[in-house]
Design a protein around this ligand. Structure first.
Ligand code: NAG
Ligand code: CA
Ligand code: CA
Length: 358
């Protein structure tokens, strides 16, 4: 009797293991890169002007994620990133107008980097300890992807971003209420914090005795020591049919099949780490860097570059759960995008670095 029970248990465990290995989903990769720059990711300005007219199908919501013991332990861990030479950017840009090219030699010093994107729980601790008020809270609104809003919130909105009508400015949306007043973070403390502006991210990192990574540090860390690869894990999006990042599967922006398990943000650490031990370097949420934006780069060898001395936009890296090859082919280490520092959105977060072990 006991033996049969054990046998059954083994069978169940093996099935679960197989399921995790393959993520229980097929591989999907859109062929077309047309319009790959059209995600509107970089168009989030607070003075949005045109009327919202899209009434698209909304994705179903995923079950609430549990805060695992493993995540708890790893939550504020930093990984030592050994300094070295690497090739930044690419000579084969997926989105040329983003200034991904040319490929250029760099050296970065050693540093420590957060293993995970900063979570809601970590950000909540910061707010509790400091009383800090985020920019979205001061402005009274933030940009939320239409597909994750409740009907009642959507019905109150009259404006949208002209070039990207799926972005809606939602009153009361902020880190603590990611989809507006009728939402909260209770069931997603282990998800990445969103609706944080660049200054909010800087404030958090300084409080933690850390700082934002430079774009060069971020990209070096993303590549995890691999040379000339698209993704933190290699060149194939779904090796062996497995998902390595929280991205968008389906037709953007109308249907997200959630094949990778998530139609919105995922608990940090839901996908495999790269060779430096870092999770979600691409996908889940975009990550702020300290650099000002430019698309002009020198090919001279550089050491610890920090970007232009001034600018209008800050660089963000890694793409998000909203990225699909057809619209936002930016879930590559060389990919980049920009936002004004006061921007905040439902797919934009950050992680910190430091020179010394924390
Ligand atoms: C958070 O939202 C859930 C579901 O929408 C609700 O049941 C719960 O009371 C809310 N919690 C707080 C602290 O507002
Ligand atoms: Ca997803
Ligand atoms: Ca990320």
């Amino acid at each position: 009797m006991v033996r049969y029970f054990l046998l059954l248990l083994v069978v169940v465990l093996v099935s679960v293991g197989v399921c995790l290995q393959s993520s229980c989903g097929g591989e999907q990769e859109a062929a077309s890169t047309e319009g790959a720059a059209g995600c509107g990711c970089n168009r989030l300005r607070r003075a949005a002007s045109s009327a919202a007219d899209s009434k698209e199908e909304r994705p179903s919501s995923e079950p609430a994620a549990k805060y695992t013991a493993a995540a708890n332990e790893k939550i504020s861990q930093m990984m030592f990133i050994p300094g070295g030479e690497f090739l930044m950017g690419t000579d084969d840009p997926g989105i040329p107008q983003d200034g991904e090219a040319p490929q250029r030699p760099m050296y970065v010093d050693s540093f420590y980097m957060d293993v995970l994107e900063v979570t809601n729980q970590q950000f909540q601790s910061f707010i509790k300890a400091t009383g800090y008020v985020t920019e979205a809270e001061k402005f009274g609104d933030s940009f939320v992807f239409e597909g994750i809003l409740s009907e009642s919130v959507k019905s109150q909105i009259t404006q949208a971003v002209a070039a990207a009508p799926w972005w809606l400015p939602v009153k009361g949306a902020n880190w603590n209420h990611p989809e507006g007043q009728d939402s909260n973070i209770t069931d997603r403390l282990d998800h990445p914090v969103v609706h944080v502006s660049w200054a909010d991210a800087v404030a958090f990192c300084s409080w933690a005795n850390k700082r934002l990574p430079t774009e060069a540090e971020w990209e070096y860390a993303c590549r995890g020591g691999l040379r000339d690869r698209l993704y933190p894990w290699g060149n194939k999006l779904n090796p062996k049919g497995r998902h390595y990042a929280n991205l968008w599967q389906g037709d953007f922006p109308v249907h997200n099949s959630g094949e990778d398990g998530y139609v919105k943000t995922s608990p940090v650490m839901s996908f495999p780490a790269n060779l430096f031990g870092l999770h979600d370097m691409v996908g889940n949420v975009w990550e702020w860097t300290s650099d000002w934006w430019t698309v002009h780069h020198t090919t001279d060898h550089q050491q610890n570059p920090t970007g232009p001395p001034s600018g209008k936009d800050k660089v963000k890296k890694g793409g998000s759960y909203m990225c699909h090859k057809s619209y936002c082919y930016r879930y590559r280490c060389a990919a980049r995008s920009q936002n004004t520092p006061d921007s905040s959105a439902s797919n934009l977060g950050f992680r910190c670095v430091s020179q010394e072990k924390q």
